[in-house]
Design a protein. Structure first.
Length: 140
């Protein structure tokens, strides 16, 4: 058995499952990594009335997983990014703020399933190719 672990003087460069993954917390004002910037740019392209799952965004970007996409949105997502258009594969909205996500999805005209608590993925899933955001019109 080894001795006690040495204590860090500075936080690790990446923090997961803790403070760094909470909405509105930007560790030391850190800028998004290149991967995080790609995720945010991909999410910004999702048109009104359409959605992508966390896994869809990871596939679209070409790296990471649905969990890493969720972590990026948790750390850097704000009202400039249409975070509500990224949903669970079950059609459920963002688990951190489902009521607000559903409200925004309704405003976007996103098709919902009967009961109004899940997105109709067959009708609303964006394939990443049609109707891309042109960078000039309001995103949300």
């Amino acid at each position: 058995m080894s001795g006690p672990r040495a204590r860090r003087d500075t936080p690790p460069p990446s923090v997961s499952a803790g403070l760094g993954t909470r909405v509105g917390v930007h560790l030391g004002g850190a800028e998004p990594s290149p991967h995080a910037r790609e995720v945010l740019d991909a999410v910004a392209q999702i048109p009104r009335g359409k959605v992508m799952t966390y896994g869809d965004v990871a596939e679209f970007v070409g790296t990471g997983t649905g969990r890493t996409v969720g972590a990026v949105l948790s750390r850097y997502g704000d009202d400039d990014i249409p975070w509500h258009r990224v949903i669970r594969a079950s059609g459920e909205p963002n688990p951190a703020n489902p009521t607000e996500a559903l409200r925004r999805l309704v405003v976007d005209g996103t098709p919902l399933r009967e009961g109004g608590e899940r997105v109709d993925l067959a009708a609303a899933r964006w394939d990443g190719t049609s109707a891309r955001w042109d960078g000039t019109s309001a995103r949300w």
